[in-house]
Design a protein around this ligand. Structure first.
Ligand SMILES: Cc1ncc(COP(=O)(O)O)c(C=O)c1O
Length: 497
């Protein structure tokens, strides 16, 4: 049942009024509603600056909303069938940190898949929680880590009945979905909180044709990137909650610890209006893009040298469900790596893909995707196939074991431990002092506290040769390790939480 209260955009409406109110601004921001001159204002116009205010009277405070921000958050919660929502202006990254830090105390156990985003690892460091990692399902043909099974969560809970939280990704970067409802029911039977990374799942709230959202599945708390798939500005996300297990005072205090005291009004307004559009038009628009994505997949299936993944493929691989707004294309039979295709598509056809892995690329379709752009994607791949398919040997099968390394200590202990910087080749069997990952997708190859195996070093070398996106805090071919000799002494002197 459509509720017409959703035509309102309480925060955006008030923000517009304020910008037009001819106020004499003696507060910050210093551009004073656009009364300055610079290249950006000349390019985007004064209107954008009129919408950039920092909590003047009437515009409420994100840190303790009681007015128009609270009203906008309530509408967001209502649209997502949640009980409460919190706007975020530093992405789902902040949401994930706040979820973990407000639920887990130091040394509390949290059950989670190993293929999590780096923000989750940072949440473990900040909270001091102990990760109980579950190995996700692996697709050997595509070379990616997917969902987690109900059985693996059941085993983890049996082995660790004292765990305080189960963390689930809904969906993974590649659109793969675990049986969140069944996992949630099991966790709740065991009095365990369910928190969900929904960075790639905001669209689930606005169409019956989409897989189950975290709130529909009964999860306690989710961090959801409105900016990735629901049309708001980059960095704007929300936390959604329901039920009695979440301590809202602690969540609020944690958010206020992590977020700026000057949150961007443009970002908050963009969530407010995105919610309205998705509420009224989401069902129709998502239905349309699903049809377009389906049609594009069917056309692409006839292109020699590429394999297009769909729900049927994922189900055959044993995955619970798949979000078909994610277009995964296996390109290795063209004789090209995903990294090469990612570059070529931009250089030759001006097509920007979301990410590459060794044998695949990912294209993301949202309500902003046009039929014309999907046609360009199809033609780009057709042309690549004509150029390369007959003339190159296909790449060897993916070697993707995803044997995540053994844990030596909590991420927090390793983060605070004394460190050494060594060359990669000298790091075998040492304990990692940093996270190393490729971004996107931002899933760490190794995290602080894990043992650096030869496989880890091979993976880091592989990615530093193939992808420009290897992220480490250090120079190429170097890595931070824990200084084990001094660690014992350090640990004795520091009674660590
Ligand atoms: C799986 C996953 N979780 C969390 C995040 C962080 O989200 P945000 O970019 O909104 O901070 C990302 C970002 O790419 C992600 O891929």
């Amino acid at each position: 049942m459509i509720n017409n209260k959703h035509v309102k955009t309480p925060f955006f409406t008030k923000l517009k009024e304020y910008g037009k109110s001819r106020v004499a601004p003696f507060d910050v921001p210093g551009h004073k509603l656009g009364k300055i001159d610079n290249d950006l204002i000349r390019y985007v116009g004064k209107r954008t600056y009129l919408l950039d205010s920092n909590s003047p009277i009437g515009l409420d405070h994100l840190n303790k909303p009681t007015g128009v921000i609270r009203d906008a958050e309530n509408l967001m919660a209502d649209a997502c069938h949640a009980e409460k929502s919190y706007f975020l202006t530093n992405g789902t990254t902040t949401g994930i940190l706040a979820m973990i830090m407000s639920v887990c105390k130091a040394n509390d156990k949290i059950i989670l898949p190993r293929n999590v985003h780096k923000s989750v690892i940072n949440g473990l460091i900040l909270s001091g929680a102990v990760p109980i990692f579950i190995k996700p399902n692996i697709d050997q043909d595509l070379g990616i880590a997917n969902d987690i099974t109900y059985g693996s969560v059941e085993k983890a809970i049996k082995d660790h009945p004292d765990a305080v939280a189960v963390f689930v990704i809904n969906p993974t970067y590649f659109g793969v979905i675990s049986d969140l409802k069944k996992i949630t029911d099991l966790a709740h039977e065991n009095d365990i909180i369910v928190m969900v990374d929904e960075a790639h799942g905001a669209q689930f709230y606005f169409s019956q044709k989409m897989p189950l959202s975290a709130m529909e599945a009964g999860a306690d708390i989710a961090a959801t990137s409105m900016h990735k798939t629901a049309g708001s500005f980059t960095q704007s996300s929300v936390i959604l909650t329901q039920g009695k297990r979440i301590n809202h005072q602690k969540l609020r205090a944690t958010l206020n610890m992590l977020q700026s005291t000057s949150p961007s009004s443009l970002l908050m307004a963009s969530i407010d209006v995105a919610r309205k559009t998705m509420y009224f038009k989401g069902e129709e628009k998502i239905g349309k893009i699903l049809d377009m994505a389906h049609e594009t997949r069917e056309r692409m299936k006839n292109i020699p040298g590429i394999t297009v993944v769909d729900k049927e493929y994922m189900k055959k691989k044993g995955c619970f469900d798949f979000d078909e707004t994610k277009i995964i294309i296996k390109v290795s039979e063209l004789g090209l790596s995903g990294f090469e295709v990612y570059q070529l598509m931009k250089e030759k056809y001006n097509i920007q893909l979301e990410l590459a892995e060794s044998h695949i690329i990912l294209a993301i379709v949202t309500i902003g995707t046009s039929k014309k752009d999907l046609d360009r994607l199809y033609k780009g791949f057709l042309s690549l196939s004509e150029y390369y398919h007959e003339f190159r040997d296909k790449l060897p099968k993916v070697e993707f074991e995803y044997m995540f390394p053994e844990t030596y200590s909590r991420p927090r202990d390793a983060y605070h431990a004394p460190k050494l910087i060594v060359s990669l080749d000298d790091a075998v069997n040492e304990v990692a002092g940093e996270s190393v990952m490729i971004y996107p997708p931002g899933i760490p190859i190794v995290i602080p506290g894990e043992v650096i195996t030869q496989d880890v070093i091979d993976d880091i070398k592989f990615y530093s040769n193939k992808s420009k996106a290897l992220h480490s805090d250090l120079e190429d071919a170097m890595i931070t390790i824990v200084d084990k000799e001094n660690w014992e002494k350090y640990s004795e002197e520091n009674n660590e939480l």
